[in-house]
Design a protein around this ligand. Structure first.
Ligand code: DGY
Length: 307
């Protein structure tokens, strides 16, 4: 990707994922017309104020809560993202976490590696939660939510969803999914998956009161964004044994974790790797390059966030 960009542009890179502060980003962008970023880079208003020549920030992600879009718009900077290409990859990771948590995979793996396996078959060892024929509740039924729902049919699950707007009837039928109110979803689901973008409106969307409404023994999975789930409330619910476990790929304040999570073997933790497969990252980069070059060529990019 970088080579392709270098054929047309002078490129400044940060390929080793050094977390540049907004101040460093603003300084590095001096004289640059375009920026390509990951969710690691925080573009606050100061970046745009200090770089009036900037035309586009092309985020290599579907989420763009790392960018102050209102400030970008105010300064005439176009913001683009990479929707679509990562839906299946993120849905796969969501399922991996759901299954790993339900069947206690991480815990069992650590146990075997730790030399604890002394009796060949344990009638009471690592008893988990059935996935097949269970009820899956998806909060946020956009493209990724729907990709998660599609996978549930192989497990003969009942799929409930909650979304601001209902899906068209033919999509509900195709996905075998029923729209319900959030409280009903929380009360009925054996697995609750959160798949909404982060914004002030979704901050702590799943907090103490919501977790209290979950079916006792249910499992929560978050592969959307940290901050959508209130980590402190979830840790407290785990401490009280209210739910059976959680599979989490994203955290408020990542890479820092709420220390409480480390106390629980029934919590599976991954480091924001929802979109992390080689082929998907290539697709994301290609999409981001196409968006960036479209703006520099005076065209409308395919994935414009601030229309
Ligand atoms: C996204 O695309 O928003 C992911 O979280 C980062 O890959």
């Amino acid at each position: 990707m970088i080579a392709a960009l270098q054929e047309r542009f002078d490129v400044v890179t940060n390929v080793d994922d050094t977390p540049w502060s907004p101040d460093e980003i603003a300084a590095k962008l001096a004289g640059c017309e375009a920026a390509m970023s990951t969710v690691l880079c925080k573009f606050d208003a100061s970046v745009f104020e200090r770089n009036p020549q900037l035309k586009v920030v092309s985020n290599i992600a579907v989420g763009y809560n790392n960018i102050d879009v209102a400030a970008a718009t105010k300064h005439g900077v176009r913001v683009t993202n990479t929707p679509g290409v990562l839906d299946d990859t993120t849905a796969d990771l969501t399922w991996a976490l759901l299954m790993a948590t339900a069947r206690r995979i991480a815990e069992a793996d650590a146990w075997v590696r730790g030399g604890e396996w002394k009796i060949a078959f344990g009638m009471h060892s690592f008893l988990g939660t059935d996935i097949h024929h269970a009820t899956l509740g998806i909060i946020g039924m956009g493209r990724i939510g729907q990709a998660i729902a599609r996978r549930a049919s192989g497990f003969d699950m009942t799929v409930l969803y909650h979304n601001r707007s209902p899906l068209p009837a033919e999509d509900e039928k195709r996905l075998n999914a029923t729209r319900v109110e959030r409280d009903e979803l929380l009360a009925r689901s054996d697995f609750v998956v959160v798949m909404v973008p982060y914004s002030p409106a979704t901050h702590h969307l799943i907090g103490a009161a919501d977790i209290a409404k979950m079916k006792p023994g249910a499992i929560l999975v978050n592969t959307a964004r940290g901050g959508v789930v209130d980590d402190a409330a979830l840790v407290q619910a785990l401490r009280e044994g209210r739910i059976a476990g959680a599979g989490l790929d994203v955290f408020e304040g990542e890479p820092k974790l709420h220390a409480g999570y480390l106390d629980f073997k029934n919590v599976v933790l991954t480091p924001h790797i929802g979109s992390a497969t080689r082929s998907n990252r290539i697709k994301m980069c290609e999409t981001a390059v196409a968006n960036l070059t479209a703006v520099l060529d005076g065209k409308t990019p395919a994935n414009l966030v601030n229309k």
